[in-house]
Design a binder for this molecule. Sequence first.
Ligand code: NAP
Length: 217
Amino acid sequence: MRIAVLGTGSVGQAIAARTAELGHQVTIGTRDVAATQAGAYAAWAAEHSEVGLATMAAAAADAELVVNATSGNGSLAALTAAGAENLSGKVLLDVANPLDFSAGFPPSLTVQNTDSLAERIQREFPHAKVVKSLNTMTAELMVHPRQLADGAHSVFVSGDDAEAKRVVTELLVSFGHTDVIDLGDLSTARGAEMLVPLWVRLYGRLDTAIFNIRVVR
Ligand code: NAP
């Protein structure tokens, strides 16, 4: 599959490296290619020459599946730069969390209860097929879940399009996930995003990001 990963941070790098390793054709999207190449990204890129780097729009234009791995506060701007026409009809896997760090740690949610970042993205880009997933765990576990307890921890998917959720679920299984829970339509992403305040408090307590939620039933 041709995949665009919008985002050059630890999530973008983890998903890009893993999907490329699995044989997909992967391009990372960034706002300013030259600035990104001149920054900390360069060291990672030197070890991942199979992953391309392009503007948000150029990365998305060519892709069959687009991953939103941008800062929650910048996601709508990043997707606008990617271009509605380049997202239309495509699966848009949204991994972002709407976190506000302006008052320090722990961050607060900028949208919650009656709305979610995923739904905001869907409203802004009605022709994209938004699926929320992977936002409830650290980047490394998203793509290498078996690092922890045989991967028997849970990952959630939310979305309005059944086929798009099937495509994302297949990708998650290819990463090694074994407990993929379909929460339902995209409004259920509120629950997945509102788990993040619990995650950050566990992180503060456990002093490691290598942990996850397992739904025992
Ligand atoms: P991040 O530092 O949150 O985001 C970096 C990316 O956001 C960069 O590619 C940057 O673009 C883009 N960006 C920032 N502000 C922007 C703006 N105003 N307009 C357009 N783009 C903007 O990186 P991250 O830690 O990898 O996290 C990515 C997303 O995943 C976040 O929403 C985060 O909450 C979520 N998440 C992270 C983890 C984790 O383990 N870190 C776990 C779960 C969920 P440039 O490349 O142009 O600089």
